[in-house]
Design a protein around this ligand. Structure first.
Ligand SMILES: Cc1cc2nc3c(=O)[nH]c(=O)nc-3n(C[C@H](O)[C@H](O)[C@H](O)COP(=O)(O)OP(=O)(O)OC[C@H]3O[C@@H](n4cnc5c(N)ncnc54)[C@H](O)[C@@H]3O)c2cc1C
Length: 394
């Protein structure tokens, strides 16, 4: 297995670097660098999405027939790594990486023709309605009721932790259409319009003081049956297909940028301490291991193999490495990390100057937000269960 870049891949890397140098506006790069939440604010991610769309590079993982790039797995990894290095704002994955592939796999020709171009252009901004107050890790126990009424379903209940529901004009949503039998066999997958009467979105403010997640309430919301993806009561198959996309995806590129930044900005005084150097070395070794595992997965995918439990291993290791880098950054920033100054992070003109070094502005918010990395997308405990079953045969 050859994990080095070929000459052709090195030339592609150059092409991407040149494009990013010319096309990424400084204010969007600044927004990408200052981003502390899981997903970038669409005020910054959407303009970048439109630039990538015009270039034809907005959907590296999509087949060419739907507007993808037709790149190899390695080219996609190079592109992701270069975007992270340049500080490009990350694009929201709910449309491009989650529901888009499901519509390609399970949608009718009409659904594909309607939704896919709007996902690429950013005209539709999606949120994911899976979790409920009583259904997270045990997702199949979800209870949002959808009652059949002529050509519509009528929805009553709620979804929770819905990232960016307050920005989204669309939601892909799991609903219960049958209450008896195996829980998995009574779930249906719907695509709905967030402007439908009866939907209300209530903010949940995170520990970092940010509004990223929400609880969404449904009070007799009518959704046309034409908006169903797949068959009635067969939504679990679509849901699981989508989760593969949610769990996959590289993290080494972003982690390397964070580590490089930490090395460059942590004072010599801090990094001079033996215990700090040891922790930094441990974090670097973890990130290197993740990088190599990701390349192994890419290499396997390129030869038509499936990644198997590697997605769970990468998700667990990625979350742990991210949290340990945050802890190191917190120690390095010292008292400045504790100064609450969200306004100084604002990209608006007239924002007050920061107290302390600029890099400390995001340290605490990142530390707090990244605690969620071991929960969302399937908690690390659940991933370990999968690894125990599939790798250790327990
Ligand atoms: C920042 C953030 C954004 C999110 N965005 C979205 C979104 O956009 N859309 C969406 O639908 N959901 C979203 N989620 C929800 C996320 O998917 C759930 O939080 C996650 O699936 C865990 O479910 P839960 O919170 O109900 O915890 P629970 O399932 O109640 O778990 C609580 C604890 O018990 C542990 N546990 C549970 N079952 C087991 C088991 N069998 N073995 C061992 N340990 C177990 C868990 O690991 C966890 O530590 C988001 C969550 C966060 C934090």
């Amino acid at each position: 297995m050859n994990l080095d870049l070929s000459l052709e891949e090195l030339s592609f890397q150059d092409e991407v670097r040149t494009f990013l140098r010319n096309a990424l506006p400084p204010e969007l790069a600044a927004a990408g660098r200052h981003m502390t939440s899981v997903f970038c604010d669409p005020a910054f991610s959407l303009p970048w999405q439109r630039i990538l769309h015009a270039k034809g590079w907005v959907a590296p993982t999509w087949p060419e027939e739907y507007g993808g790039t037709g790149w190899s797995e390695m080219r996609r990894a190079i592109f992701a790594a270069e975007c992270a290095r340049a500080g490009a704002p990350s694009l929201a994955p709910m449309g491009l990486r989650m529901v888009g592939p499901c519509i390609m796999g399970y949608g009718t020709p009409e659904q594909k023709a309607h939704y896919l171009p709007r996902i690429l252009s950013g005209e539709d901004y999606w949120c994911q309605g899976y979790s409920e107050p009583g259904a997270g890790s045990d997702l199949a126990s979800l209870q949002l009721r959808a009652v059949s009424d002529d050509d519509d379903y009528v929805l009553t209940g709620s979804k929770i932790w819905t990232t960016h529901a307050h920005f989204a004009n669309r939601m892909f949503c799991l609903v219960r259409t049958r209450f008896e039998g195996k829980p998995q066999s009574g779930i249906t997958f719907l695509l709905l319009d967030m402007a439908s009467p009866g939907i209300s979105v209530k903010p949940i403010i995170t520990l970092a003081g940010e509004h990223e997640v929400n609880q969404v309430f449904f009070d007799e919301v009518r959704v046309p049956k034409a908006n169903r993806l797949g068959e009635e009561n067969a939504g679990w198959t679509v849901a699981k297909y989508l989760l593969e996309f949610e769990r996959g995806g590289g993290s080494a590129a972003g982690l390397k940028v964070r580590l490089g930044h930490l090395r460059a900005t942590a004072g010599a005084e801090h990094l001079g301490a033996a215990h700090a150097r040891r922790r930094l070395a441990e974090a670097e070794i973890s990130v290197l291991a993740i990088d190599i595992s990701e390349r192994r997965v890419l290499s396997a995918l390129a030869s038509g193999e499936k990644p198997g439990p590697a997605a769970s291993m990468l998700k667990t290791q990625g979350a742990e490495a991210l949290q340990s880098i945050d802890e190191l950054a917190l120690d390095a920033a010292g008292a400045y990390a504790a100064v609450h100054q969200p306004q100084a992070r604002g990209m608006e003109s007239g924002a007050p100057p920061p107290v302390g070094p600029e890099e400390s502005l995001t340290t605490m918010a990142r530390y707090l937000n990244d605690r969620a990395a071991s929960i969302y997308g399937g908690s690390n405990e659940i991933q370990r269960d999968i690894i125990a079953r599939l790798v250790l045969g327990l």
